[in-house]
Write a new protein. Sequence first.
Length: 368
Amino acid sequence: MINLLEASGKLIPGIEKALTLYYDINSNEMVCKGIKNPSTENTIENYYIADLAASEKLRNRKNQWQWLAADNLPFEVQSTQKTQFNIFDELNHLVLCLAFPNNIDHKMDLLFIYLNSNLGSFGISKTDKNLSTENKSIIGAMAYNCFKLFMQQQQTDSKTLLAINHKVNAIQQENKQLKQELEGLRSTYKQSILEMCRQHLDKLSAQLSVQFELANDAIQKLEQFSGNADILLESLTQSAVLAINLNFGSSSAAIVLKAWDIQINEPEISSSQATKIEGLHERYFKTFHLLEKLESAARNVINSHQKLTSENVGSACPTPISAPAISDALRNHQKKVINLMNEYPDNWPTIRNEFRPVKNIIENSKTG
């Protein structure tokens, strides 16, 4: 109802006063508020309800609109002065009462529009002719429909705003849930990476007869890794082998790998090589990756002072593979291996020159 009160001077220009009598859900009581000269002023005043019974009687009427005499309305303006004054002393004023249903207490909320007895105060003309019964009927119906339409628009806007707020809240809750799920996935990923690294170190510990452990800063570094798992395990193997050499002669029962011990480097490919690989990746990428994996494993075998056999190379791979599996893979990729070896003569020096299965492929290509 406050919205109707504030809009009264704009919907019907020239009115002298506007009051609203309604049930306030916040205070759980009937209240009365008003504005003097609402066309130009917007100060809302609280009105004292002198006769609650009469006010309730007005609210129980079901008329959509009715004309009332100002001196019979039971309201007084609340003043800071000691003496309260009656706002209905001007008997020449007419009051149009518009009624709108209240869904809370199921009575009518009322809007009182104060007009002069002539048409001029309604903004129709400058004549001093008094309002006739016909005039009042037309004005009452038009005013009621005007304020009703305004109220319905306000309700529609409120529902739209409420729907938008609900949508925004739903999106915020969804984002919050997704964020929590993402944090959960990150936590699970960190645990999985760390468990994989520990299992790999346990395997290296058994192979190299040395107990490997991870320092806290190394754990944090491994948890932040987000690249290829094979590369991570290859780097971890290289770090473990290097740590054995650095701790040669130490009497410690275990080698503790620190963050700086673990250097995780993606395979470096020159710009010219990268261009060629991108152009041939659909045909050669798997073969290229196979050679990279065998080269890294072969280096780890040599660094750990083991014989460069297919069995040892397969065991040194991030995901261990058998010697027959290596032979099958090289046989299936034989032509592509030869092409890549010729294309990149500086790559894979260990397996090219020392690993018998690859050497055989190169030698056969020359004699064939």
